[in-house]
Design a protein around this ligand. Sequence first.
Ligand SMILES: Cc1cc2nc3c(=O)[nH]c(=O)nc-3n(C[C@H](O)[C@H](O)[C@H](O)COP(=O)(O)OP(=O)(O)OC[C@H]3O[C@@H](n4cnc5c(N)ncnc54)[C@H](O)[C@@H]3O)c2cc1C
Length: 426
Amino acid sequence: MNTSNRTKVVIVGAGFGGLFATRCLRGADVDITLIDRHNYHLFQPLLYQVATAGLAPSDVAWPIRGIVRTQQNVTVVLGEVIGVDTDAREIITSDHRMRYDYLVLASGARHAYFGHEDWEPHAPGLKSIDDATAIRRRILMAFERAEMTFDPAERARLLNFVVVGAGPTGVELAGTIAELARRTLAADFRRIDSRSARIILVEAGPRVLPAFTEKLSTYAQRALDELGVEVMLGNAVTACNAHSVTIGGSEIPTSTVLWAAGVAASPASVWLRAESDRAGRVLVQADLSAPGHSDVFVIGDTAAVMDSAGDLVPGIAPAAKQQGRYVARVIRARVEGKLAPVAFRYRNLGKLATIGRKSAVIELPFLRLSGRLAWWLWGVAHIYFLIGVRSPITVASNWLWQYVTYARGARLITGESRVESSADKS
Ligand SMILES: Cc1cc2nc3c(=O)[nH]c(=O)nc-3n(C[C@H](O)[C@H](O)[C@H](O)COP(=O)(O)OP(=O)(O)OC[C@H]3O[C@@H](n4cnc5c(N)ncnc54)[C@H](O)[C@@H]3O)c2cc1C
């Protein structure tokens, strides 16, 4: 633990926001403690590839200690933050307290079930490596169980895959599961035809990818149709259990429901007793500090930040990075007794989403693109973002191999190999 008299900066979360704040404080006259409950930084944009057996966990996550190894002013702590004592200027972890002069809360977000937390075991969301490998197990085990059963109704149930929420993650999951069923697994089974699987994408709103322009969302819907994904719009989930999901009054038997419908911020607002929006994001000041605490900054998915047009800055990686960079500049300026930049300004770098291995949609401030070219640009953009965290060559070569052969090198079932069958119903 640091014992020097230098300014102590504690950064909670080594996601995009926390890691960028840390890196931008390289060389600053401060001692940084970077705390995360995992020992890895996760590249969440490619997590759906792990969940659908396209990439291995080690392709999208890297040990935090390795990333900051050469940055001498950083100490990494593996720990779970459970509170903040703003009077004592200490953060509280499950086993000790730690003093700070400046605190950066970059603890991200988790799934939201809108008051139906009991659905979570039946409809897991995708946020961590554990979530992704559990989802991968669930999908692959459904095919295995379908191959084993002699009951046609049970086989049909096991081959129904329901994805809830048609934002980028839901669209990416549904499109990739469809390709897994129609192409990758097609020759692997003897008793079932994996191509007969139903992949259903459910969205309560009127269109898929609602954050994109109407034209791009129409394109995405068409691309999903071509992949054989059934899109159910204007329908919300009303019930969910281990055997079925109910959508708009009709019950769909299934063992695989995946939740991509909502996020809630980490409990930073509770720790700070600060005002938050409906998703639990802290309503921060223009300099990203928490109201009443000029020494505490909240960034990334945990913060509600407005752009210059008064719109909420989206919960995406570039926004978290920009905020991390900004608070590092503020802290550095204050430590050096210089004038700190006044207000955070969000630079919109655009949005991307992919639909299977052939299509993507890209919405940049001055350009909209869809189709195969967009897919390649999406791939290049993601590989580019990997640069600096780790060599992107492994990911790029895995992708290329997968693209050419439809092979799923990461098609391993790990953990407990069990999917509940209808026989477990009682
Ligand atoms: C499946 C998925 C796909 C996505 N796809 C895209 C995409 O294609 N493009 C894009 O721009 N964005 C995408 N996003 C959103 C993007 O990943 C987030 O906006 C971004 O990660 C936010 O960065 P952050 O630093 O706020 O939080 P995170 O990156 O989530 O990091 C939070 C960190 O805090 C740690 N942490 C949390 N709570 C605690 C605690 N109590 N104690 C200690 N540590 C804690 C976590 O372990 C984590 O490392 C996606 C998100 C998901 C889940």
